[in-house]
Design a protein around this ligand. Structure first.
Ligand SMILES: [Zn+2]
Length: 148
């Protein structure tokens, strides 16, 4: 039995599950990022999918758009943290409490924002970048096929 036959039962993961796990948006099999979200190594993104060889940076400056998504994430998180701090402490006197909570929240959530702003951009804000069942079911491409 070769690899194609054993792959007949392959069921692609759902779009949401693939996004949460930071998988390639085209085949949902290759990883977008190298290493864990939180760690001592710096965050790195793979240049292309290990399975279907999709080039993740679709055009020069493609990931600049992710900064706007990251900005929206940050605003939402800071509003939630600020309102949450007020509701938990009832403090309206001491601005340092809010500064410390908001700055540490923004720093702690930065790796999350970095990853998921790119995931949101690739999954839901890039027209023409869609899941391809053929790519998912095909065996991993070899490097010689990597021209597309
Ligand atoms: Zn892929």
């Amino acid at each position: 039995m070769n690899k194609m036959e054993s792959n007949n039962q392959y069921k692609p993961m759902s779009e949401f599950s693939a996004a949460v796990q930071c998988k390639c948006p085209r085949c949902r099999r290759g990883k977008l990022f190298d290493g864990p979200m939180y760690g001592f190594k710096s965050q790195t993104m793979h240049k292309r999918c290990s399975h279907c060889h999709l080039v993740y940076e679709r055009e020069p400056g493609y990931f600049y758009v992710a900064m706007f998504v990251s900005y929206a994430f940050n605003v939402a998180e800071l509003v939630i943290l600020g309102v949450g701090t007020y509701l938990l402490t009832g403090n309206l006197e001491n601005p340092w409490l809010y500064l410390i909570v908001l700055f540490s929240g923004a720093i702690l959530l930065a790796p999350f924002n970095y990853r998921y702003s790119r995931v949101v951009l690739m999954y839901w804000l890039s027209p023409g970048l869609r899941f391809s069942r053929e790519m998912a079911e095909a065996p991993p491409r070899r490097d010689e096929d990597a021209l597309i």
